[in-house]
Design a protein around this ligand. Sequence first.
Ligand code: NAP
Ligand code: GCO
Length: 266
Amino acid sequence: MKMNDFRLDGKIALVTGASYGIGFAMASGLAEAGATIVFNDINQDLVNRGIAAYKEAGITAHGYVCDVTNEDQVNEMIAQIEKEVGVVDILVNNAGIIKRIPMIEMTAAQFRQVIDIDLNGPFIMAKAVIPSMIKKGHGKIINICSMMSELGRETVSAYAAAKGGLKMLTRNICSEYGEYNIQCNGIGPGYIATPQTAPLREIQPDGSRHPFDQFIVAKTPAGRWLEAEELAGPAVFLASDASNAVNGHILYVDGGILAYIGKQPK
Ligand code: NAP
Ligand code: GCO
C-alpha cells in the first residue's frame, strides 16, 4: 500500500444533491484529495449557491441542474459532463429526502416520492455512469445509506424502505459489475447536523433541547451529533484505490450508534 493510493488526482467525482449538507462536505473532501468536482442539484438557484460555496472553499466545481429521478435529465447531464469535463470516475449518490409522517397517515404519493428520490434516483444515476466506467476499466460508486438501512423508527417508513433497498442495490451493483473493476459501496451516516435533521434539534419553547436531540446524544457513544465533515475521510477512502478490494460494503460512520444499547437515563 502506498499513501498515494488515497489520492484522487486526475479523477472526476460526481456528487448528487451537493450544493450543501453532507454532499458538499464529502465533495470538499474529495477535492482535497485531488478530484475534479462535479455536482447537481434540483434547481439553478441551488446550483449557483453551491458553485459560490465551493469557490469560497477554493474549489472550482462544475454544477448542473438535474432531478435524479428524471432519466432523460440524468442521461443529458452525463452526456454534457462527459463533453465538458470528462468521464465520471466516482459517483456519490447523495441526493435524498425524508418525510417524517406516521405510516398510516402517509399517502401513497408521499411514500412513492421518497422511494423515487432515495432509491430510484441512485439506480438511474448508477445506470447512467456504469457503461462509461466499464469502457474506462474502473469506477467507484458510493451510495449514501443511513441508520435506517438497518433500523426502523416511528414516522420514517418510506425512508427506511428506500435506504434498506439502497443497501441491497449497493450489494447488487457490486455483484453484477465487480468483474469490470467497479466497486460499489455505501456510507451509512449516523445522525449528522444538517438542514435535513434541523427539525430534530430545534430548541423547545421552554429552552430545553428537542427530546429527539437528547435521545440521539444518549444513543451515540461519543454523546454528540456528528458533523458532515466527518464523512469526508470515509468518502475519500471508498473513492480511492486504497479501497479497490472493498466491494458491496456499507461503511457505517455513526459514532458507534449501531454498536451501542444507549446510555441509561439519569
Ligand atoms: P439535505 O441537507 O436535505 O440535502 C439533500 C440535497 O439533495 C439537497 O441539496 C436537496 O435539494 C437535494 N435533492 C433532493 N431531491 C433531489 C432530486 N430529486 N434531485 C437532485 N437533488 C435532490 O440532506 P443531508 O442531510 O445533506 O443528507 C444527504 C444524504 O445523506 C441524503 O441521502 C440523506 O438521506 C443521507 N443521510 C443524512 C443523514 C443526516 O443525519 N443528515 C444521516 C444519514 C443519511 P433541496 O434543497 O431542493 O431539497
Ligand atoms: C430521522 C433522521 C435520520 C437521519 C439518518 C440517520 O428522522 O431519523 O432524519 O433518518 O437522516 O438517516 O442515519
